[in-house]
Design a protein around this ligand. Structure first.
Ligand SMILES: *[C@@H]1O[C@H](CO)[C@@H](O)[C@H](O)[C@H]1NC(C)=O
Ligand SMILES: *[C@@H]1O[C@H](CO)[C@@H](O)[C@H](O)[C@H]1NC(C)=O
Ligand SMILES: *[C@@H]1O[C@H](CO)[C@@H](O)[C@H](O)[C@H]1NC(C)=O
Ligand SMILES: *[C@@H]1O[C@H](CO)[C@@H](O)[C@H](O)[C@H]1NC(C)=O
Length: 568
């Protein structure tokens, strides 16, 4: 029955396409999908949206905590016109949360047809959210601004929190399933994107925050070699310690013990797996929230490394990462493709502006300088740790942090959670890759956060997202661009054009144009003055981003830190 059934549907599909009706049909090797036709605002340009295409089998039942496996073929036409599923999140309670969440979205301005073969550059996006929250819904990451520049956009879900990153640090639950999901999606894109008008030889991976750390993990994993030709990382790198899980085994025991009280720190990994496989997804989700609230999620400890985040695995056939990230980069052994990476001018402005919170925190640090010291320095000797803490404090506020609240706290958090590791990454990777560095300093209405704190810069974490994506959620709403100043729109056009130029030509400024104020963005080279593009009202080439605090940090790492490093 199947062949004739399919032939009929294909005729219907062609008929509907030709009539320019609601939908558009595509045949994938697993079955037919039905997408929708959408319009780019303020233009007559159309694009095609295929949302919630399954790229792996639902990771449920015995597939829970396993790497992704291929999805079965389907007979009926799959409706891919909307997003209804997100992966389980930590600290979130939404009816959209579902263990069955391995889906991706493809947005394309042009489909292949019998009289024209299209082959557009492709950009695959990993969303942020500390490996604990976030999703790829159309309302979270609408592709219009990017698609308008004739690129194919792919956004995707990957398993988060305990479902994506539980690890017993052995062969029972090796970990990194969320990254293995992303890898599986990248393989899917390489195999299928030509059906959507994309060129699989021109894939750029990009991401923000934990999504940028994810990009960084693909750059250091041999498993991802050859699946992309360029990378963009916004506000994080693989060296940001929030993206790396310390004590994974401890967290595995802890969550399992909340589900079944007979689990202790001495329980075998097999028992943990058994307990976790027998629990319902909501039980696991609740237990994860409990671990999170006890481990002071959202607190100052973020920069020390997260629970339920990526790990270094034991060597095995399926391992995604088996060696410390810093050491791979330092050896020049990453996938050395062209890179854009950068920071927002005051990353922590988005999170830590509560003066009471910062006052309490600075008091705590003044009384315990060792708490200022990142774990990734691997300092064992308590006296050395105290000395390092003292030097770190001096970078921000002489010998009294309380004198300088909130600026000292905000700057310390910006540097240690986001900026320092991104700059260090740049110094290591620019020896081996063509690399462009930016600082996003434009404090526009589009970015929504408008906090001004004396002694700090102005642009917080996440703000650049609303310049690249069409978003409607609790933080951003840029559906009606006429509500925003003209200068915001100029900056938006610039950012989108820089990103898509890079996806097309591997060079963000291939020629001098008015939109870029005739600026050519230079690469960071081993023997130049660390040039970077400062993206503010005007574009400007500057040198050595965040130099004062970064040099101080580097001196302290060199004097007190102990290699090998994982993060920085
Ligand atoms: C499109 O590509 C196919 C296969 O490579 C080729 O046979 C066909 O002639 C191409 N069509 C056009 C219009 O270029
Ligand atoms: C796909 O991209 C590669 C690399 O840029 C290019 O050589 C090739 O011509 C492109 N293919 C098509 C069909 O445009
Ligand atoms: C808890 O775990 C123990 C040991 O694995 C098992 O015997 C018991 O049945 C479990 N209890 C529940 C409620 O699952
Ligand atoms: C923007 O931020 C303000 C305050 O920070 C908030 O009240 C508002 O709801 C935010 N979201 C949107 C979509 O404007």
């Amino acid at each position: 029955m199947k062949p004739i059934y399919h032939v009929l549907w294909v005729y219907l599909a062609v008929f509907l396409i030709n009539k320019g009706l609601c939908c558009v049909f595509l045949r994938l090797n697993k079955g037919l999908i039905k997408g929708r036709i959408a319009t780019i605002p303020n233009s007559n340009k159309k694009f095609y949206a295929f949302q919630q295409i399954p790229y792996a089998a639902p990771p449920i039942g015995t597939l829970r905590f396993q790497p992704p496996v291929p999805v079965n073929a389907w007979d009926n036409i799959l409706d891919t016109t909307k997003n209804t599923k997100i992966c389980y999140q930590i600290g979130v309670n939404s009816i959209e949360e579902d263990e069955d969440c391995l889906y991706l979205n493809v947005y394309t301005p042009k489909l292949p047809s019998t009289n024209s073969n299209t082959s557009l550059p492709v950009m695959v996006f990993f969303h942020g959210g500390a490996f604990a929250i976030g999703d790829s819904k159309y309302s979270s990451y609408g592709p219009e601004f990017l698609v308008n520049h004739d690129v194919v956009i792919v956004t995707l879900n990957y398993r988060l929190g305990v479902f994506g990153f539980l690890s017993t640090q052995d062969e029972v639950i090796p970990g990194n399933n969320g990254l293995k999901d992303q890898l599986f999606a990248l393989q899917w894109v390489n195999k299928n994107i030509h059906l959507f008008g994309g060129n699989s030889s021109e894939i750029t991976i990009f991401g923000q925050s934990a999504g940028a750390a994810s990009v960084g993990y693909h750059l250091v994993s041999k498993k991802s070699t050859g699946l992309y030709r360029a990378a963009i990382m916004e506000s994080s790198s693989v060296l940001n310690s929030f993206g790396y899980q310390r004590n994974a085994k401890h967290f595995a025991h802890k969550i399992a013990s909340y589900i079944n009280a007979s689990v202790t720190e001495e329980s075998a990994s097999e028992e943990i797996l058994s307990v976790m496989l027998h629990a319902s997804s909501t039980e696991i989700d609740k237990a994860a929230d409990k671990v999170a609230s006890e481990e002071s999620y959202n607190s100052a400890q973020l920069f020390q490394g997260y629970f339920f985040a990526p790990v270094v695995e034991l060597d095995s056939k399926n391992a995604f990462l088996t060696e410390n990230m810093f050491e791979i980069l330092d050896r020049g052994d990453a996938n050395n493709v062209p890179v854009i990476i950068g920071i927002n001018s005051e990353e922590s402005l988005s999170q830590n502006t509560d003066v009471n919170f910062l006052t309490r925190l600075m008091k705590l640090y003044d009384n315990d300088l060792k708490a200022l010291v990142p774990n990734n320095m691997n300092i064992v000797d308590e006296n050395s740790k105290e000395e390092a803490g003292q030097l770190i404090r001096e970078l921000y506020s002489g010998d009294d942090l309380l004198q300088n609240v909130p600026a000292a706290g905000i700057k310390y958090m910006s540097d240690t959670t986001f900026t320092r590791p991104v700059i260090k990454y740049t110094l290591l990777q620019s020896k081996h890759s063509e690399l462009y560095f930016y600082q996003f300093s434009y404090d526009g209405k589009l970015g929504n956060i408008s906090v001004v704190v004396d002694g700090t810069e102005r642009v917080g974490h996440n703000e650049e997202l609303a310049y690249l994506w069409r978003i409607q959620n609790e933080i951003f709403d840029n559906y009606d661009l006429s509500l925003f100043p003209e200068s915001d729109i100029t900056i938006q056009n610039r950012l989108v054009k820089l990103w898509t130029n890079f996806a097309k030509t591997l060079n963000p400024t291939p020629e001098k144009i008015d939109l870029f104020q005739n600026i050519i963005w230079p690469q960071v080279l081993e023997d130049n003055d660390f040039p970077y593009l400062n993206i503010n009202e005007n574009l400007q080439i500057k040198n050595y981003p965040k130099n004062d605090s970064f040099c101080g940090w580097e001196r302290i790492y060199d004097q007190y830190g102990n290699r090998p490093y994982d993060s920085y």
